[in-house]
Design a protein around this ligand. Structure first.
Ligand code: PLP
Length: 393
């Protein structure tokens, strides 16, 4: 008899390609010459504002400084005030559950809104952890393709993926891996579809808006949250991206203030007990105390834009088809010759490490992380151009 549960087997299988790639990249971790564009990890020392904010909270000011912490009130108040300004919606502190990053917030959303066996629609290409997380939660992922040319949200594809067992739709803007940012019109079209489908199936479909890259946008592009268009929305967020510190787990789940009052009240009362039930999903005390100071700390967006422009321009010059990122710190392109594995292997042989689209179920594409330094980008450009030329020939 197998030791692992069926859902553990499914969750593991859904992420096997990622863990195998992770192991391969780890093997290069000690190579000082490796040019690493794979995961969205920091490549420079932490932002000074981050360490200062944490240091200011380390020294205990009371005996319960490091006691069990659910959602700290000051953190909830700070997040609600920030969201009121950013999204122009009337969030209150009780709408906010502090979590271990967006990972924790998504787990909380799944526990809060879906029952075992419910279907959850996810974007493809999309973040590779949705599927394993859904399997681990005993939920069924259902894929809805993005537009294959523009990688815009394809509302028609979502509509076709909806069935009587659909409970949640996960949307992600700015989007990993494509860097696309969706418009208010797109969200309104999605809202219309979800409202109609909820009526048709006699069951409310909820929207989970996965927004960890919300503050990472280029060229002054507006951010629209679907929460403004569809009342039955919860938002998950992570500070790990904008602080470039994904190892310091901090994020939240926010209930839309537009959720009808009775349902909003019911969900609010469930946030704390479910945060506990998912395995004390609250962030560590020091991270929560740091929230007011961290609200204004950000990676250098001007420098990130310069890196985007340098890499995007060089790839275009090399004849590679790339989607110009509007947000996130990823660059998404089509592998020259159409075989991402071959492209990534040829680059890896030269010490340049790029993520193959196979991790996103897109074997013709690749993703590069702009968290690499400008120096790394400049050193990789000749190899990128030569490999692209060789494979396009
Ligand atoms: N959602 C998306 C789209 C992501 O890309 C990530 C991380 O890569 C997460 C959620 C999880 O974010 P965190 O690790 O900060 O919790």
């Amino acid at each position: 008899m197998a030791a692992m549960s069926d859902r553990a087997t499914r969750a593991k299988a859904a992420v096997d390609v990622v863990t195998a790639f992770f192991a391969r990249i780890q093997a290069t971790a000690d190579d000082p010459d490796a040019l690493d564009f794979t995961f969205g990890n920091p490549h420079e020392l932490a932002l000074p504002g981050l360490t200062a904010a944490m240091q200011a909270q380390v020294e205990p000011r009371s005996v319960d400084w490091f006691a069990y912490k659910t959602s700290e009130r000051l953190a909830q108040e700070t997040v609600a005030a920030g969201l009121r300004t950013e999204l122009a919606l009337d969030f209150e502190p009780d709408d906010i559950a502090m979590t271990q990053g967006a990972f924790g917030a998504l787990s909380l959303a799944f526990a809060l809104l879906a029952d075992a066996g419910d279907e959850v629609i996810i974007p493809v290409p999309g973040w590779f952890c949705y599927e394993p997380m859904l399997h681990a939660a005993n939920l069924l992922p259902v894929r809805a393709a993005l537009d294959p040319e523009t990688f815009d949200l394809d509302v028609g594809a979502i509509s076709r993926a909806i069935g009587p067992r659909t409970r949640l739709v996960v949307a992600n803007s700015p989007a990993n891996p494509t860097g696309r940012v969706y418009s208010q019109d797109t969200w309104q079209a999605l809202a219309d579809v979800l409202e109609q489908a909820s009526r048709t199936h006699g069951r409310r479909i909820w929207l989970v808006s996965d927004e960890p890259y919300r503050r990472i946008r280029f060229d002054g592009i507006d951010f629209a949250s679907p929460a403004a268009s569809y009342p039955w929305t919860v938002i998950d967020y992570s500070y790990g991206k904008v602080l470039l510190a994904p190892g310091q787990r901090l994020g939240y789940l926010a209930l839309s203030p537009l959720i009808p009052p009775a349902e909003r009240d019911e969900l609010r009362t469930a946030l704390m007990p479910l945060g506990l039930a998912i395995g004390w999903g609250f962030p560590d005390a020091v991270m929560q105390y740091s929230v007011p100071a961290l609200e204004s700390v950000s990676l250098d967006m001007a420098e990130l834009a310069r890196k985007r422009d340098r890499l995007f321009g060089a790839l275009v010059d090399a004849g590679v088809r790339v989607t110009r990122p509007e947000g996130t710190f990823y660059l998404w392109g089509e592998a020259p010759g159409g075989d991402a594995a071959g492209f990534c292997d040829a680059l890896a042989a030269r010490g340049v490490h790029v993520m193959p689209g196979t991790l996103f179920d897109q074997p013709r594409h690749f993703r590069m992380s702009l968290t690499a330094t400008m120096e790394t980008i400049d050193r990789a450009l000749p190899d990128l151009a030569e490999v692209a030329a060789a494979l396009s020939a």
